[in-house]
Design a protein around this ligand. Structure first.
Ligand code: Q46
Ligand code: ZN
Ligand code: ZN
Length: 305
């Protein structure tokens, strides 16, 4: 078999598009799909100051790499969450440092233990009824947003890929999480100078493709999974969706694009309804960031623990 576009040997066969691709054409495709998503959803322009949230994993590091390569003003932010089990946070940080040195990309670090006195592991020991990923999600979203605002960035980019987006959509749909469904989009616009614009330029790129991309670019990344991810429902959903994809190649991307089309069709109505469902956000009484309650999730975690 030959690459669809040249006579080189393929490194991947993309079944959904009947596309055997050589190394160069595959790398080009990933960068092209990133550009296409950026353009289609008006995610970024050349004047933007973009902060990319990096975890040390393959998706976020390859996103930072590609956005830099495409010429955008980008910096990384690594949040050391203080996940001590199996030395997970420390190990992830090593890969982030290596990436920064090797590719000469500036990456900021925020250390949760140093800044707030405790990390995820300690919070979880003290609060057995909390779910680690819920706490972690609140903490990450809050710090990314606040840090970016303070450093004058105007866009936050995350490495969520097609599989992340589709599994989230699937989870939200089977439980009809209306509020979450109306809010799920590869671009969330800026809100009242308090919530930055958030974008997901890898929303059409599968996990398998980002894995091959980092391999071919020799980008080293943390391979161990977060010790708390074993409980994550998303892994279970991803496995189910992969089995469906095996039988019907291309179903994941069609499912996701179909959802976005419907959402767009009803966006105005949906947006109003969304506010009606969850209410209007107001300023947190402690930190002043936007929240539905009097005190935001982040302040509640660190107030009560
Ligand atoms: S880091 Fe945090 Fe993830 Fe670990 S605790 Fe859950 S959310 S699994 S991407
Ligand atoms: Zn080729
Ligand atoms: Zn607050």
């Amino acid at each position: 078999m030959k690459c669809k576009f040249c006579s080189d040997k393929p490194v991947i066969y993309i079944r959904s598009s009947n596309l055997p691709l050589c190394e160069n054409h595959f790398l080009e495709r990933v960068e092209e799909l990133t550009k296409r998503a950026v353009k289609k959803f008006k995610m970024l322009d050349n004047k933007d100051r973009i902060l990319v949230a990096v975890s040390g994993g393959k998706d976020s590091l390859s996103l930072l790499y590609i956005l830099n390569r495409l010429g955008y003003y980008t910096r990384g932010l690594y949040i050391n969450l203080g996940i001590e089990e199996k030395g997970y946070s420390d190990e992830s940080f090593e890969y982030v440092k290596r990436f920064s040195e090797r590719f000469h990309v500036d990456i900021y670090t925020y250390d949760l233990k140093k800044e707030k006195g405790k990390g995820i592991t300690r919070i979880m020991k003290q609060r057995k009824n909390y779910k680690a990923c819920s706490v972690c999600g609140i903490v990450k979203r809050y710090i990314m947003n606040r840090f970016a605002l303070e450093k004058n960035f105007n866009v936050l980019a995350t490495g969520h890929n097609l599989d992340d987006e589709v599994s989230r959509l699937f989870g939200n749909m089977i439980f009809w999480q209306e509020g979450y469904l109306l809010h799920q989009n590869p671009v969330l616009e800026e809100d009242r100078n308090k919530l930055l614009k958030k974008v997901k330029p890898f929303c059409f790129i599968s996990e398998k493709e980002t894995a091959l991309y980092v391999y071919l670019r020799s980008i080293e990344y943390v391979r161990n999974e977060c010790p708390y991810s074993i409980d994550a429902k998303t892994i279970f959903y991803k496995n189910i969706l992969n089995r469906i994809e095996e039988n019907s190649p291309g179903v994941k991307v069609r499912f996701y694009k179909g959802f976005l089309d419907i959402q767009k069709k009803y966006f105005k109505k949906v947006h109003r309804k969304y506010t009606e469902i969850i209410g209007e956000e107001k300023e947190c009484k402690i930190c002043g960031m936007l929240t539905l309650k009097d005190i935001c999730g982040f302040c509640r975690i660190f107030e009560r623990v």
